[in-house]
Design a protein around this ligand. Structure first.
Ligand code: G6P
Ligand code: MG
Length: 217
């Protein structure tokens, strides 16, 4: 099936915010004296704020009430929102602009499919708010990745059937979501470890070399 649309995850694919999520969660974990490391952080990629907190709390010494969980999420998000204020177009990951521009020249439709409720603020900060044909984000879904919802909304907004879409992801949860949506799942970074990935790329630029996405196709 020929691909007509490419849906990009945001955090860790387009921009370095995966590091900022990590910093903000680490600060919260430190405050609560909860063990946290990069390996645990990799499990938070693509999953919602609450589900991320629940994963971190697996290491906690005590049970947290719902009200306390809300406080911890607010603490993390306040810190995170402060950190993303400093983002600029320089934080766009290497080769991303070239990939986006080339796909546009080749007449692919491009979208963002992110679980983050902060996606639009981030896109604004890095100057890409008007670059994509569609944006689907955490404000539009109740079930985050690995549920396919955010990608299905992105495809709907692109006016494409899921089978015509490919997803680029750095999260194992995102790769699973793409497959459940009936899309081609392309992994970079940490997502390469997912055995559900259709294709694994060393760098995002290798996307332009794929037969499925090459204008010579
Ligand atoms: C992205 C990130 C996750 C994050 C989620 C929710 O998918 O990969 O690590 O937990 O968004 O982000 P938010 O900005 O809404 O807390
Ligand atoms: Mg990601």
């Amino acid at each position: 099936m020929a691909i007509k649309g490419v849906i990009f995850d945001l955090d860790g694919v387009i921009v370095t915010t995966d590091q900022l999520h990590y910093q903000a969660w680490a600060k919260m974990a430190d405050k609560e004296k909860i063990y946290f490391n990069k390996e645990i952080n990799n499990r938070l990629r693509g999953v919602s704020r609450l589900e991320s907190l629940e994963i971190i709390l697996e290491q906690a010494q005590r049970i947290y009430s719902e009200a306390e969980k809300q406080e911890l999420m607010d603490y993390k998000n306040n810190r995170y929102v402060q950190l993303i204020q400093n983002l600029t177009p320089e934080d766009i990951l290497p080769d991303v602009l070239e990939v986006l521009n080339t796909l546009k020249t080749w007449n692919y439709r491009i979208a963002i499919g992110s679980s983050s409720k902060n996606a639009k603020i981030i896109l604004q900060q890095i100057g890409l708010l008007n670059t994509f044909d569609a944006i689907a984000d955490g404000t539009e879904i109740t079930r985050s990745k690995p549920h396919p919802d955010v990608f299905l909304i992105a495809a709907q907004k692109l006016e494409l059937k899921p089978t015509f879409c490919a997803v680029i992801e750095d999260a194992a949860a995102g790769i699973e979501a793409a497959k459940r949506a009936g899309m081609k799942a392309i992994a970079i970074g940490d997502a390469a470890k997912s055995n559900l990935a259709d294709i694994r790329l060393n760098t995002i630029k290798d996307l332009l070399k794929l037969d499925e996405l090459n204008n010579c196709d």
